[in-house]
Design a protein around this ligand. Structure first.
Ligand code: UDP
Ligand code: MG
Length: 317
């Protein structure tokens, strides 16, 4: 926390992709919160992640009326995590940053509670979901992911946390220094450490509009989480390999001994052979696929492309 005599600067970072239906309400609610707490010098950075609706116009208009609101535009749609990273870069130098989704699933009214924890010395505040509203396939996916991810990850990443939370400037700087491109924000936030506090909340339903994240993107995001925080898939491959080799060795020995003892070999076994062949072939392809997931990520990191490209920033104006 800042010890400067002027009020500490807190930047609220909001990635936005086609959020026209929810933006008016979000803006109103954020400004109410800003007005209610004069101890803080508030800023809200909206990162437009290639929206094709009127999101940019709405934010530009709000920024014109209220100097606390800023717009960062990316050159195209880079995805939630990249937009978040762009916002956190913009928050560099603030005393703290609050990260949240635009769709009001993360109620902005909780920001006050986060600020209290921060003023009392917490450097990271995570909002933990007590419940969520999603249904069907999406819900099943979220539940399965959170259930298994903790067991997969090489270090503990708390279940049921998403983007929503607060980062002190030291945590913002630490996260901004991480160069990786396949970002899984909840994991990175745990990874950087610092004194962490938790608040609990019921995740709301999207206030309006459709989820901007398609199911495919969510699956990719889950994979990013698993492959960047766990070597378990690779280790499992080795274990399965050892197991199958051991079986092969035992079976081989059995047949050789039988042969040496002069037991007649019957001309059957076609089904067994085909089954084994397909099973092993399939297993090997899965193995190559898992290797490929890691390799593709390594390749992406090596290419060193920036995580996002800005079209314009508040500083340009
Ligand atoms: N978002 C983004 N770029 C995208 C997709 C989503 O910036 O390509 C933003 C979106 O506007 C929202 C947040 O990321 O503020 C979370 O998106 P969404 O609500 O669709 O995801 P979910 O709630 O399903 O995780
Ligand atoms: Mg959402």
């Amino acid at each position: 926390m800042s010890t400067a005599p002027h009020p500490p600067v807190v930047t609220v970072v909001v990635p936005v992709h086609n959020e026209e239906p929810v933006l008016p309400e979000l803006l109103v609610r954020l400004r109410q919160i800003f007005d209610a707490d004069a101890r803080i010098a508030w800023r809200a950075v909206f990162v437009d992640d290639g929206s094709r609706d009127r999101s940019v116009a709405l934010i530009t208009e709000a920024a014109r009326l209220d100097a606390r609101i800023l717009l960062v535009r990316l050159s195209r749609n880079f995805g939630h995590q990249s937009a978040l990273a762009a916002g956190l870069c913009e928050a560099d130098g603030s005393d703290a940053a609050v990260t949240m989704d635009a769709d009001l699933q993360d109620p902005p009214e909780l920001i006050g509670e986060m600020i209290e924890h921060w003023l009392r010395g917490a450097e990271v505040v995570r909002a933990v979901r007590r419940s969520r509203q999603e249904k069907g396939l999406r819900r099943l996916g979220f539940d399965l992911f959170h259930r298994f991810f903790n067991q997969l990850a090489d270090f503990p990443i708390e279940a049921d946390t998403g983007t929503f939370g607060l980062l002190d400037r030291c945590a913002v700087a630490a996260i901004n220094r991480l160069p990786e491109r396949h970002r899984f924000f909840p994991g990175l936030r745990s990874w950087v450490g610092f004194t962490t506090a938790e608040i609990h909340y019921d995740r709301q339903e999207r206030a309006a509009g459709q989820p901007a994240q398609t199911l495919r993107r969510l699956v990719r995001y889950a994979f990013d989480g698993i492959f960047s925080f766990s070597y378990l898939p690779l280790r499992l491959l080795t274990l399965v390999g050892i197991f199958i080799s051991a079986c092969g060795f035992a079976l081989g020995t059995f047949f050789i001994v039988r042969r040496l003892l002069g037991v007649e070999i019957a001309q059957t076994g076609f089904t067994t052979l085909v089954t084994l062949l397909l099973f092993l072939g399939g297993g090997q392809l899965i193995g190559i696929g898992i290797l490929g997931e890691y390799l593709a990520r390594v390749y992406d990191e090596v290419k060193q492309r920036p995580q996002f490209i800005r079209r314009e920033s508040p500083r340009d104006r």
